[in-house]
Design a protein around this ligand. Structure first.
Ligand code: SF4
Length: 390
């Protein structure tokens, strides 16, 4: 093992390395910090040039390790803060250092406030073929409460402008469960979303992370948040509404207008495909190893500029850990878990080992078994995290 590089991507126990890897790039800048957000980003953008320089060096360090990629996801942070030429250069670096398959999915996360026609036309021209717009809410009051720096009108214009720039795969991110929100006002959000006919919709329940302003207000008892019963109703109504509108509820928080629009990149996180994460705080996975970069731009830059990988920690997973993760992740997806595939990969026969509990969950309507696969029902998806602890 190279002492400068703690990653040894050999694969002694996980036989899934034939899956095609994906690439995630974390752009660690935002113009302002949303009140609920715990992702790593800085509100000063003065170090963008240094970061981009380090990013291209980080790509070079990985040459030959993740050869063939079929997804690239530029996330953050706020990638739409970059100039079109900077986005183009990132993709040129990706193409130079890695091999992309013939039809890669290349996604960028964006803030509606940033999407001018010229920016959209340029990034579409650079090869980005999937755009995710962080709408979060179609209610101005909720946007204010969340600390978003865009308006509802900007969200509508952003989607329209994305279409005009030639994006045929547009995703919207929405948040539900804000204090005081009821089911009707949330369904109004969904109505506005489907009018825009996005190919993909992600609906996340608002969480109160301890390190965020909303987390601190929650801990101080200042916020009245939806109880468990209401949260369950939000989930079920979201699923019913979007499925009635023609969307496939393919993962706990994700909906696609057709199967082909399900996020190919995110699928890699759910089925143990390899992925490489570049940039501060980015995580990677290969074989039975997971590693993550420093959650600090300074430490990231110092490491890279000294010729080292900016890796904070590496974790080697046992077969049992991989099996538990695969079970947990599989139950979060409509596709579910192939029983034979699971047996082959983890040497564990779910039907025999968990016969009683699976039988009970099936009777109670949380799961069903069809064509050799264990699938969660809608009610099962609603409690996917608890299901996986059986
Ligand atoms: S724009 Fe995104 S990454 Fe930046 S602070 Fe808001 S939620 Fe977090």
């Amino acid at each position: 093992m190279n002492p400068k590089n703690p990653i040894n991507p050999t694969n002694p126990i996980n036989p899934m390395n034939d899956k095609v890897p994906g690439l995630y790039i974390h752009i660690p800048f935002c113009l302002s910090k949303c009140h609920y957000c715990d992702f790593y980003s800085l509100t000063s953008i003065s170090a963008i040039a240094d970061f981009l320089d380090a990013l291209s060096k980080e790509m070079e360090i990985y040459v030959g390790r993740f050869n063939s990629l079929d997804t690239v996801y530029i996330g953050g942070g706020t990638p739409s803060l970059l100039g079109p030429r900077e986005v183009e250069n990132i993709l040129a670096g990706v193409r130079e250092n890695f091999h992309l398959t013939s039809d890669p999915e290349i996604t960028i996360e964006t803030n509606p406030a940033d999407l001018s026609r010229s920016f959209l036309a340029s990034i579409r021209g650079s090869g980005i073929n999937r755009i995710n717009v962080g709408v979060q809410s179609f209610d101005e009051n909720v946007l204010g409460f969340l600390g978003r720096r865009h308006s509802v009108n900007q969200a509508f214009s952003a989607v329209e402008a994305s279409r005009k720039a030639g994006f045929a795969n547009v995703g919207l991110d929405l948040i539900y469960g804000t204090p005081g929100q009821d089911i009707d006002s949330w369904l109004n959000n969904l109505r506005k979303a489907v009018v825009l006919s996005p190919e993909h919709i992600s609906c996340y329940q608002l969480t109160f992370e301890p390190r965020t302003p909303l987390g601190r207000r929650y801990q101080a008892g200042e916020l009245i948040v939806p109880g468990e019963e209401l949260q369950h109703q939000f989930f079920m109504k979201t699923s019913e509404f979007l499925e009635d509108a023609g969307y496939i509820h393919y993962e706990v928080s994700n909906f696609a207008r057709k199967e082909e629009y399900a996020s190919r990149h995110n699928q890699k996180y759910w089925d143990h495909s390899p992925f490489l994460g570049l940039g501060p705080s980015a995580h990677s996975f290969l074989g039975n190893q997971r590693w993550w970069n420093y959650r600090s731009l300074d430490r990231y830059l110092t490491s890279i500029n000294a010729g080292n990988l900016p890796v904070e920690e590496t974790e080697t997973l046992t077969l049992e850990q991989l099996r538990l993760e695969a079970f947990y992740l599989g139950l979060r997806t409509k596709k579910g878990i192939s029983l034979q595939g699971f047996k082959n990969q983890y040497h564990y026969d779910l039907l025999t080992e968990k016969e009683k509990i699976l039988g009970r969950l099936e009777e109670e309507g949380f799961i069903f078994i069809e064509d050799g696969c264990l699938h969660p029902t809608r009610t099962g998806l609603a409690i996917a995290d608890s299901l996986s602890s059986i």
